[in-house]
Design a protein around this ligand. Sequence first.
Ligand code: PLP
Length: 420
Amino acid sequence: MSSASTMTASTEQEIATVAEIRAHFPALDRIHAGERVAYFDGPGGTQVPRAVADAMTSYLYEHNANTYWEYPSSAETDAIILASREALADFLNATSDEIAFGANMTTLTFHLARAIGRRLTEGDEIVVTELDHHANIAPWTALARERKVTVRSVRLIPETGQLDWDHLERQITPRTRVLAIGAASNALGSITDVRRAGELAHAVGALVFVDAVHYAAHAPVDVRLWDCDFAACSAYKLYGPHIGVLYGKLDRLDDLDVPKLYPAPDNSPDRMETGTQNHEGIAGAGAAVDWIASVAANTLDRRSRIVLALEALHARNQPLFTNLWDALSAMLGVRLFGPPPNAQRTHTVSFVVDGVPAVDVVRSLAKRGVFATHGDFYATTIIERLGQSKDGVVRAGLACYTTDDEVNRLIAGVQAVAGR
Ligand SMILES: Cc1ncc(COP(=O)(O)O)c(C=O)c1O
């Protein structure tokens, strides 16, 4: 897996400095309660560099049209959409005709599941996991009602924040038709070896769908290496606008019995897209990929720059994350969840302060200009298994613009709550 395992500090000098990166994000100038805002809400949606907003504005002001018509702004729209497909293809290591856009990952996954479900019959099985966001559970459990398929769920081990692999192996049977699995948990940061899981599923002839929404902002996605049939991510988690992206192996996309309008294009990837698309969002998604690539030295091809940038950003944030983890762990009454910093994980941490509901912790942090999120983040089953359903947990995620100083402000803010 191309993942945190390949991240080394040696690449760090080849990327832009944090100060250079921060200069691209107007949101970082925001002052709240007399403090410059420190954004730890990236796992719920990152801030956006100027280049992304510029691409969207430029599209609306200069190229706005519908597709496939014979006049310049329509042709420009077609070209912009194709350029964004190519950018996302580089981002995921796919080809441009394997990239479809949609409202968000949840909508795309419901759409895909309905299409796959049309060929499923009673007694067929789908495997989901307790470690997943419900956007990668509900679309599949809907098929239990609609197609009478059986949904089996792989257990999470709450103590480690990892999947129970023995259970996974037992849940995959000769009747398995789909494995729906997440590459990284948006609640715990744990990274799952989706290639290994996919091999088990492919061995019984099942399709493999990977939720890469949380993973994609933190490590290079490589759908070829993962050998998945489908994968989805969301541009707004990776410095882009609110739009979803679906990858499908070309022959899989061609083969889907997808709900569509008879007169709409039937070629892939267009056949996956319903109605008129969010053209400005697509322009912004492509610009977000180009922006990520621009963080790395400009001497390589775009895919190599994306990989270098994401790996080096992860390496740069590793000591910040370790500092955060160690400081929170040392606080009396603070409990952390998920794998330790040296494990295969993203730089997203969830924790509770005993006796203080998560909502009160984040309100207190916000008063210091530190923005963090709380609740279950729709990773509801994880939070249940951790016994935290009543008050939820606090979640803080590091992003490309996070500084050491901001991490120390977060630590001080939690300390102030825990020390009350
Ligand atoms: C891991 C994961 N999967 C799926 C989703 C849903 O994505 P979207 O909001 O694009 O539907 C999220 C959003 O938080 C997520 O973090």
